[in-house]
Design a protein around this ligand. Structure first.
Ligand code: ASP
Length: 338
């Protein structure tokens, strides 16, 4: 029998009414008791890590999750993590960066309604997460939710209440799960590397233990004061700038962003439009920042901002050398489809 490690962190899936609103209360055993079919097909070791609303999960907690997986990696065939949905995309992206090229499945799930509540999606999601973790060839970090299997660096929460709450941005889902049946989609070929998911060509796993949390995300708005950006960038190592459209930065913000870049802050450009890659070379309104910063900026292409944020935390923890960071960030982008 395969052996799966279940790590619980809280979230709606584990919530009960506290009298002051929903709050995580259920234990790992409570969750497992609701899906008896799971323990008939595999051995499960449950390890509660936190009981938090994911609003309060931070990179520090995700480092703890990653460490729990790293320490137990050789003893289990796969890992299932229950987590709140509100920051689940950040969690999946961060774990994707910390636990790269995992040969074993690392599966995150949660629910829009607590386990045991009428109409809850919790039991189905948890069963599906185990089904994926036990399936042949499953590897890497994935979110399993509402029957979708989504790559960790591609996920975004798209709905506050609908059970089908997550989508894969810029890349198809890995698979669908319906009534316990797994339907896999085609396998993407890694850009220019000939590397294929589940292929022996995939490099061996590489795990990391650090994140640089001096990163922020700036959503630019029309007429935004340069003062806001200047203050926001103080003490940062990296700033992800969500421009408009395919790639536009208001002219009034170019000088302050240039100064921010010159002061040593790593600038990553992305778009606030959810679909389609960003490209800051199409319009003059985008090129200005490249010209002003002398090529000192990188773009996040088509990955969601949650993933850009995670990739920046990882890239900057490893090295503060600008070229190294840019190369690592590009590597994270390449890994988005693996
Ligand atoms: N606030 C909850 C959380 O993120 C929402 C959920 O899990 O669906 O923990």
């Amino acid at each position: 029998m395969r052996h799966i490690l279940l790590l619980t962190t809280g979230g709606t899936i584990a919530c009960r009414d506290s009298g002051h609103g929903l709050a995580p209360a259920l234990t790992a055993e409570d969750l497992l008791a609701a899906v008896p079919a799971v323990t008939r097909v595999c051995e499960v070791t449950a390890r509660p890590l936190f009981n938090l609303d994911s609003t309060d999960m931070t990179p520090k907690e995700w480092l703890t999750v990653a460490a729990a997986i790293r320490d137990a990696y050789d003893c289990f065939d796969g890992f299932v993590i229950t987590h709140g949905t509100d920051t689940l995309a950040y969690a999946a992206a961060t774990l994707s960066c910390l636990l790269q090229h995992s040969e074993k499945p690392i599966v995150l799930t949660g629910a829009q309604l607590p386990m045991g509540v009428p109409g809850s999606d919790a039991a189905e999601n948890l069963k599906d997460a185990f089904a994926w973790a036990l399936s042949e060839g499953a590897r890497g970090v994935r979110i399993v939710f509402a029957g979708r299997v989504i790559r960790g660096l591609r996920a975004r929460k798209r709905h506050t209440t609908d059970p089908d709450a997550f989508e894969s941005v810029g890349c198809p889902d890995t698979a669908l799960i319906h009534d316990g049946q797994i339907i896999r989609y085609g396998v993407p070929v890694g850009e220019g590397q000939g590397s294929v998911t589940d292929s022996p060509l995939m490099p061996p796993h590489e795990f990391f233990e650090d994140l640089d949390t001096r990163i922020a995300l700036a959503h630019l708005t029309p007429g935004m004061s340069p003062f806001v950006l200047r203050h926001m960038a103080e003490g940062l190592h990296g700033l992800i700038v969500e421009g408009v459209g395919i790639g536009g930065i208001p002219d009034t913000l170019v000088p302050v962003l240039t100064r921010v870049a010159e002061s040593g802050v790593f600038l990553i450009l992305t778009s606030q439009v959810p679909y389609g890659a960003s490209d800051f070379t199409v319009y003059r309104a985008g090129r200005r920042i490249h010209e002003a910063c002398g090529g000192q900026v990188v773009t996040a292409r088509d990955i969601p901002s949650e993933a850009a944020f995670a990739a920046a935390m990882w890239a900057m923890a490893v090295s503060r050398d600008r070229e190294d960071m840019a190369e690592r960030f590009a590597r994270a982008l390449r890994g988005a489809d693996l």
